[in-house]
Design a protein around this ligand. Sequence first.
Ligand SMILES: [Ca+2]
Ligand SMILES: [Ca+2]
Ligand SMILES: [Ca+2]
Length: 186
Amino acid sequence: MVDATVAPVVDSYEADDTALAAGAIANGETQNRSIHAVGNVDWATFTVGADGATDVRVETNGPSGDTEMWLYGPGDSTTLVEYDDDDGTGNFSLIARSSLAPGDYYIRIQDYGNNSLIAAYTLQVSWTVPLLPVAAPNFAPGPGTYPFASPPAVIITTATPLAAIYYTTDGSEPTSSSTLYTERSA
Ligand SMILES: [Ca+2]
Ligand SMILES: [Ca+2]
Ligand SMILES: [Ca+2]
């Protein structure tokens, strides 16, 4: 019997076999990796900003292979957040968290059992930055009847510093795709 297995290519994030050597992965990024040698361990790190993170997903995927994965943090590579073996597709791993506090997090990935190779797999990290509550906007002048021929200019203000104000003029609920109010006075 001929063994046609080709040795996996060393991924571009090596050498990253320790937490100190972890490279960064950004929100929404997908990295193409491999476990090219028995005992190869892959570390990556990401930073959750001051507003925190919600709907966090850290996952591996690939055509074949069996990863196990640890997530540590915030702020160090030893405080375990969660371990996962097979919650992803097939034998790949998925750690899903409803929220994470601000700080640096560390991901450790290896072949399950740390005794075989994975020719190719992807590591993906994604989360949502939660929207902060803002004060309700004030309108001046307020609701009323105004002459069609000479409508007053409406000034919109909010007590929340730096908050963006979006508006509609057809009575529908504004979204961040609506018109941005730009007539701000100090
Ligand atoms: Ca690797
Ligand atoms: Ca590695
Ligand atoms: Ca697994």
